[in-house]
Design a protein around this ligand. Sequence first.
Ligand code: NAD
Length: 336
Amino acid sequence: MTHQVCLLSGDGIGPEITNAVREIIAAAGVGIEWIPCAAGLSSYEKHGDPLPQETLDNIRQTKLALKGPLATASGTGFRSVNVSLRKELQLYANYRPAKTLKGVPAPFEDVDLIVVRENTEGLYSGLEHTVVPGVVESLRVVTETGSRRIAKFAFETARSLGRKKVTCIHKANILKLSDGLFLKTCGEVAQDYPDVEYDECIVDAAAMKMVMNPHQFDVLVMENLFGDILSDLASGLVGGLGVTPSGNLGEDAAVFEAVHGTAPDIAGKNLANPTALLLSGTMMLKHMGETEAAKKIEASLFSVLEEGKTLTGDMKGTASTTEFADAIIAKLDSVS
Ligand code: NAD
């Protein structure tokens, strides 16, 4: 069977790591017709639009996309394509596992967390304006519907993966209305899942607890800004952004992406680590029902990482992107 998947190669190191991932997936025997889609700075320079309508239409049609990092200017320029994609396609759930990988240096052992971030509301609603010169406002929108669906997603995820606990991360002591609504709704949804333990933690305390003892957490659910920050913190616990995958899921489409940026300092040099995008790719394969191939790729990757002979520079090795990808491909037939 051949699957159709949109491919947003992205900017900077995007084309190098997406090529590596495509080759590994093909070598694992999964038939994919990749539909190239323009997005990001390269699309803006070529088409005058960082997120052309055709790209959105293609993703709506295939319902699936693999995406490299996209360059976004800070403070000025076009609106973040990542944020626009999530809003346009209503990819309301950002799913970010952070799991220790043998062979990848990290400050802790045996970390295994999942951060579930609300992806369409909160401070990233894009509602900013100047009140008077020198005074600006950003609106933090929280809805009961949005809170309920992300809470349900977190509990369904926990249940389907046999996880024990969901923790709602919030700041309802200060943001009494907005996070108050989020917290109240999470608590209500928790009552429908008596088999999953539920607790609550204020965001600043949660940040401290995660770096003191990450093992006390299991699945964490939170609104957009807190999720943006704490999901990167969770990545730091297991070796950084170069090794953590992510999925953006909605009712009608799913976009899988690496969480790191375009790494302009090493772009075009065949030095980038494709691990994060590869793990996002295996997450995508599982979502598509290609679980066996996904497990085979992960086993090859973990074996290469653990062996430690062929690693990219960010993992203290000397291998190029293509050498690292070839080492994973070479192991595909020998792993079970
Ligand atoms: P970055 O993640 O691109 O780079 C930070 C550091 O990590 C750099 O030293 C880089 O070389 C290294 N790095 C990142 N990914 C790597 C990889 N796969 N292999 C090896 N090293 C890697 O962050 P930045 O410099 O803050 O951002 C650069 C651009 O990326 C900005 O335009 C930003 O908006 C964009 N960005 C996009 C996304 C996304 O599309 N999801 C996420 C974050 C940043």
